[in-house]
Write a protein that binds this ligand. Structure first.
Ligand SMILES: Nc1ncnc2c1ncn2[C@@H]1O[C@H](COP(=O)(O)OP(=O)(O)OP(=O)(O)O)[C@@H](O)[C@H]1O
Ligand SMILES: [Mg+2]
Length: 373
């Protein structure tokens, strides 16, 4: 008998064949890549950026022969960090004869780069005064080497790109290389902080201004989540039953929240059983309990006008300026006007069809619970 394994993954990026929908987003990214255009992908945390990038890279490789490279810049804070991340990315990406050729090229530069275990990070650890900058220049130029002798176009996805904004002049340095790569590499820059991404790409004074086509990753459609959840319940000898609708109504298309609740619900329904409202209630309570500490920390990170503005957005169903809400929360319009852009810049709140919406539906529920405490 097959082991009874929970099929809903919510804590890491998904394998390309495991993701719900995103066909169109993948196509768009590939179209830009093949056309030699650079793209920037924006979505709040946990909307499936990394999963989509992996899918696009895999398809780009399988269908169009692109050389896929995924660089993760999560929390980089120095040139040395960025250099290590690029080196590791190429080390993971390259295989076979191409890897051998690149390794030989890197060795020949004599600056300590290697796709093997003793690359730049070993060098940085051993020599405290080592300057990583020449190595970063060499890595940023690797697409030119990959493309030599009739090689293929590289498809380079840089994840958590907004984190470079904290390193002075790095966007200028990156631009100075990639602007020469139109024929050899396509880039997609993904980021989860709209404020930072905007600064990097929409400020006229920044080097990357206007250099990449924007693409926003939206919520998933209820019918796509429904089909996925039902199918996986079915494949593991269960039926999701009437527990499905409250799950969809609570997740509001948020990809990670939908998967998290599906995971918890699956735990409640035994093999051979059908999901009922009691199962849903238990799963829902378990989910909120699991997130309580995280939400509490997030809440404490807000100042008082941000807290009140979050509450006003929820209480006003998208319109925080309603008179009775403002009065009850002892808010002023100018406090809201100042807090909203900050909350939008960090993707706590997004604007959908003119209304303000809390991005994370479970956080919204937790906040609404404060009212009744
Ligand atoms: N298209 C999708 N289909 C199903 N689940 C998804 C999808 N996109 C995201 N998820 C869910 O969200 C979780 C996080 O996905 P992923 O790591 O790709 O998102 P992310 O936006 O890169 O997150 P982070 O902000 O942490 O980097 C996955 O484990 C999965 O549960
Ligand atoms: Mg990610």
């Amino acid at each position: 008998m097959q082991p009874d394994v929970n099929p809903f993954v919510y804590s890491r990026p998904l394998a390309p064949e495991e993701i719900i929908d995103r066909d169109q987003e993948t196509e768009t990214l590939l179209r830009h890549a093949i056309g030699g255009h650079f793209a920037r992908l924006f979505a709040p945390r946990k909307f499936g950026k990394t999963s989509l990038l992996r899918r696009a890279l895999a398809d780009g490789h399988a269908k169009h022969g692109l050389t896929p490279v995924l660089v993760d810049l999560y929390r980089v804070s120095s040139i040395a960090d960025v250099t290590v991340r690029f080196e590791r990315a190429y080390s993971r990406a390259l295989k076979g004869p191409l890897r051998a050729r690149v390794e030989e090229f890197l060795q020949r530069t004599g600056i300590g780069l290697s796709l093997g275990a003793y690359g730049i990070s070993a060098k940085l650890q051993m020599e405290s005064r080592f300057d990583p900058l020449p190595a970063l220049h060499a890595l940023l130029d690797l697409p030119l080497t990959l493309n030599e002798r009739g090689g293929r176009r590289a498809f380079i996805a840089i994840d958590e790109f907004q984190d470079i904004a904290r390193i002075p002049d790095l966007d200028g340095l990156i631009r100075s290389h990639i602007q020469l790569h139109g024929d050899v590499a396509s880039y997609v820059f993904a980021g989860s902080e709209p404020g930072m991404m905007k600064q990097l790409f929409e400020d006229r004074d920044r080097p990357l201004y206007g250099s990449a086509v924007p693409q926003r990753l939206l919520r998933l459609a209820d019918e796509d989540i429904a089909a996925y959840v039902s199918e996986r319940f079915h494949d593991t000898g269960r039926s999701v039953g009437e527990a499905l609708n409250p799950l969809l109504a609570t997740a509001l298309g948020h990809p990670q929240r939908a998967m998290l609740m599906a995971h918890r619900l699956w735990e409640e329904v035994d093999q051979g059983e059908t999901g009922a409202i009691e199962h849903w209630n238990a799963a829902h309570t378990a989910t909120l309990a699991e997130l309580d500490a995280e939400f509490d920390a997030r809440w404490r990170g807000f100042d008082s006008s941000e807290q009140k503005t979050m509450r006003a957005v929820i209480a006003g169903h998208g319109s925080p300026y309603r008179a009775e809400v403002i009065r009850r929360l002892a808010l002023t319009k100018s406090m809201i006007r100042r807090a909203l852009p900050r909350l939008t810049a960090t993707a706590e709140i997004e604007t959908v069809d003119g209304a303000h919406v809390v991005v994370d539906p479970l956080f919204a529920e937790w906040i609404a619970g404060i009212e009744t405490e």
